[in-house]
Design a protein around this ligand. Structure first.
Ligand SMILES: Nc1ncnc2c1ncn2[C@@H]1O[C@H](COP(=O)(O)OP(=O)(O)OP(=O)(O)O)[C@@H](O)[C@H]1O
Ligand SMILES: [Mg+2]
Length: 263
């Protein structure tokens, strides 16, 4: 499979996060590059994996620009310091405006995206079909199931058009059929634009590995306070990216074992 890794899209350099004396994140470093495949629109899907309580949501907040690191920097597109609003953010609890219908929320998201000007209705209709939310568009969030809320929330962030989409635990609390659907949807989103970059923060190792091209492992190093990125796994190199039946590969099972051992 031919591909190249081109320009830097997101760079995390020497990021520390402390609360008082307590170190939560220590010297976190990683880089996401544009993966280019000839003749294809190919986005990036990256997972940050780690145990419960290790600091994933804290790192998610820093990446989203919702909070500043104690030191270090997070930049996008080569040199822009990340700020709130630069990234589409899908929180663990699928935040939606409770007083607006799904359609109204989606329309508001479209209006933030200059690329959709004049085509808002078509864009909503197209993604609503793909995400199977067409029949709930005129309902309020409290009338939806968890899975429907999640899809609506992802769609809302997607329509805003930012290149980066961050997800905190997008797979938790979903039954297996819905889970497969969400995985499919995220893959559709990832290939919708060359620069589209999905960053998934999760403790669901299996689903994350199945969907990603790169995995970063967040964990503690012996004798050190705070969590850091201990390992980067390039799933493209291992032949485990961009294929539907990846779960049947032996290398997939081996990679899961390797990750479990290092968490
Ligand atoms: N405002 C705060 N002040 C002090 N410590 C905090 C604060 N917010 C979070 N923490 C601590 O940061 C650590 C990491 O929390 P975080 O929510 O990032 O974990 P997580 O990896 O997302 O866990 P989970 O998988 O359960 O969601 C926890 O030990 C938590 O107690
Ligand atoms: Mg968390």
């Amino acid at each position: 499979m031919t591909y190249t890794k081109e320009e830097v899209l997101l760079e995390v350099e020497h990021v520390d996060l402390n609360y008082g004396e307590r170190s939560i994140l220590r010297d976190v470093n990683f880089t996401i590059r544009n993966i280019v495949r000839p003749g294809m629109s190919q986005g990036q899907v990256v997972s940050l994996l780690g145990r419960s309580g290790i600091g994933k949501t804290q790192l998610f907040r820093l990446l989203a620009g919702l909070q500043q690191p104690s030191s270090g920097s997070i930049t996008i597109f080569g040199n822009k310091e990340v700020e709130a609003g630069d990234m589409g953010v899908v929180f663990q609890h699928y935040y939606l405006f409770e007083w607006k219908t799904i359609y109204q929320s989606l329309m508001m998201a479209c209006r933030q995206n200059p690329a959709l000007k004049g085509n808002e209705k078509d864009a909503i209709a197209k993604w609503a079909t793909a995400f199977e939310v067409t029949d709930i568009l005129h309902k309020y969030p409290q009338q939806l199931s968890g899975g429907q809320r999640q899809r609506a929330s992802i769609m809302q962030q997607l329509l805003k058009g930012s290149a980066f989409l961050l997800f905190d635990e997008p797979f938790s609390g979903l039954d297996i059929c819905v889970l497969d659907k969400v995985v499919d949807m995220l893959l559709q989103v990832s290939v919708s634009d060359e620069l589209k970059t999905l960053v998934i923060v999760s403790h669901d190792i299996e689903t994350s590995v199945a969907i990603s091209d790169t995995v970063f492992i967040l964990g503690k190093e012996e004798g050190q306070p705070g969590a850091t990125v201990k390992q980067e796994i390039d799933l493209v190199e291992r032949g485990l990216a961009w294929q539907k039946d990846v779960r049947r590969e032996k290398a997939f099972a081996d990679t899961l074992d390797e990750i479990k051992a290092s968490l």
